[in-house]
Every structure is written in C-alpha cells, then in structure tokens.
Write a protein that binds this ligand. Structure first.
Ligand SMILES: [Fe+2]
Length: 338
C-alpha cells in the first residue's frame, strides 16, 4: 500500500457553551480565533501551518465531531476512499471551510473522520509574521502555549480490532499496546501516520456508546513549557487532572486538564521519533509503567471518562458486561506500587 495519510490536520469538537470553550482555548491554552462561520469557531496554535487546527461547534454534550487527516497527495486521497469503500464504509464528499474537497465517514466504532488533500495555508496578519520564514506566525505570548495540534485518543469497545482496522484500511502503523496485568484484555493502543509515536490513540470503552473520544492533545516544544503551562493553569484556577509526568509508551511528558465542556485536553512534549516502516509493536502492561513510567502514582479514576458521557442524554440503556466493567475499573492503574 502506498503511504496514504501524512498527519492529523484538525479536530472538531462540540461543546454546550461555545463561548466558554473558546475563551478557554484563547486565554488558558493560547490558541487564536481565526474565523467564525455559522456558529462554528475556528482556532489555531501559533505554529500550525494551515488555516486552523481546532473547530469548536455548538452541541448538547462534549464530543468529537470529526478528526481530520491530510493525505500525502490527491491520488492518496482517492486511494484511501477506494480502500474505505472496499471495506464497506460509505462516506460523503463535501466542501470544508478553508480545506476544500474532503471525504468524511464514520468508522466501524462510530468515530467520524475526515480525509483531505487540499488545505489553505495560514498567512499571518500584518505584524504577526514570524522572523522565522518557516514559522507561520509569531510565538504566542501566553505562557506554555502549544506550538501545534498533536494527537487524538478515542475510545472503542475493541482496542486491538480498532487498531487492526485502521492499520489495514488506512495504513496507520501500530506502535504499541497495553494489556492488563490481570487478564489478556487490551486496554490501550497507539497508532501513527508518521514518525511520532502516535497521532491516534485508542482506549478501551466499556460503555455501549459508540464514537466517544477520551482526549485530544497539543504539542509544546519543551518540558519546561509544559511545566510552565501546568503552573499557569493552577494559578488561574484550572485543575490539573493528571501529570505532569511521563508516559512509558511513546516516552512523552504529559499533562491533562479539562476545558469548560469537561472535555479532556492534553499537552505533550518529548518522546521518540520512529522511522521504522515495519515496526513490530511491543505489548506493555500497566505495571511496566505504560501510562506513568515513574510508577509512583495511580492514575485518577476520572481519566477513564470519555465523551460524551456513557450515560449522557443520547446514550443507550444497554448494560456493560460485568467482566469488561471489572477490567475497566482502572485500565491505566499502576499495580503493585500504586
Ligand atoms: Fe494522549
């Protein structure tokens, strides 16, 4: 298969209070509003190369409206669509704001995804241009403001099957996974379209609600910026949900907090670059420090919440099998030392 996808280009999310979420992204995360169209607000990080990387939409619950990947060429877009339709997926072509021609489909576990080749590159406003010709705008003056969008982590009812499908159909490389220490239940996997450890993560979803998202993440250049962001968030009354610490898988420094809709966002930095085209993914367990490499603190239970809530207004009433619920009690927990 030719390489189909190049990188995550934007994430669209819904929130019950668009203005509260947008104000948080601007004031606390350090993004900039670039457009407002029909209730949608388009934002970008200072280092994002295209017109926007985050779209905030009105909705009853926090959710993932779509996650978008840019293909490697126009031909790769057509090939990706052919492969999707051969796999039984039927999506729709549309014109996306400042993107152009794009194909949006819902994956087998209910997650909307948009693929596109066309983009509009960001052109800095007068006075906002960077001295670096390769940098699309001046660095933000908000402390710890991320350079760019980094990854999305969704929730699905079968982690390994999800990873296998996106690998088989769209060519995502599977980089690592986590099995529970107590039972051979796969609770986490990371996939990538490039040299990063992941631009798509998947956590086990014990609910019966399809298409949920656990978090999305931004990139900061250094651990110092991540620590400054944590300090600034705390100083401004934003609780830190988990971190700062370091993931074993991917070796990234992480910091998790919530935006006003309750949707979880993450800051990442560091970690490896992996260029191996036929990488064989390793299997971790939580006791190896897959989530918290220092193994000196258990993950808060709140981190298992995905969005929309499993029992939210649109959720079904079906129960979760007991064995899955038990396995999910704390899928990232540090065992033995927690
Ligand atoms: Fe993440």
């Amino acid at each position: 298969m030719i390489k189909l996808l190049s990188h995550l280009s934007y994430v669209a999310i819904t929130t019950p209070d668009v203005e509260a979420s947008v104000a948080f992204y601007v004031d606390r995360v350090g993004l900039t509003v670039v457009d407002r169209v029909d209730g949608a607000v388009y934002l970008r990080c200072w280092g994002d190369h295209y017109a926007y990387s985050v779209v905030v939409l009105p909705g009853d619950e926090p959710s993932l409206a779509t996650m978008a990947w840019r293909t490697t060429s126009p031909e790769a877009l057509d090939e990706a669509v052919r492969r999707l339709e051969d796999a039984g997926v039927q999506g729709d072509w549309s014109e996306v704001h400042k993107i152009g021609r794009a194909y949006t489909f819902t994956g087998p576990w209910g997650h909307p995804m948009t693929l596109h080749w066309d983009v509009t590159r960001h052109v800095a406003e007068p006075g906002a241009a960077s001295l670096y010709p390769d940098r699309p705008a001046k660095r933000s003056t908000v402390a710890g403001a991320p350079r760019q969008l980094d990854h999305v982590t969704i929730a699905a009812s079968d982690v390994d099957a999800f990873a296998a499908w996106y690998n088989d159909v769209l060519g995502f490389r599977i980089m690592a996974r986590t099995l529970l220490d107590e039972a051979p239940i796969s609770v986490f996997s990371v996939l990538t379209t490039n040299e990063k450890s992941h631009d798509l993560g998947v956590v086990l979803d014990g609910s019966t609600r399809p298409g949920r998202v656990n978090h999305f993440a931004f990139w900061v250049d250094t651990r110092e910026e991540l620590l400054i962001a944590a300090d600034t968030l705390m100083e401004h009354g934003v609780p830190i949900e988990y971190g700062p610490s370091i993931h074993g898988i991917g070796e990234q420094n992480f910091l998790y907090y919530r935006e006003p809709s309750t949707l979880r966002i993450e800051l990442n930095t560091g970690g490896y670059r992996n260029y191996v085209p036929d990488w064989e993914p390793n299997t971790w367990t939580p006791s190896m420090g897959s989530n918290n490499f220092y193994r000196n603190g258990a993950m808060p239970m709140s981190m298992t919440e995905s969005f929309p809530a499993a029992d939210g207004p649109s959720a079904t009433e079906e129960g979760v099998p007991d064995e899955i619920r038990d396995a999910l009690l704390n899928p990232y927990a540090v065992h033995g030392r927690g």
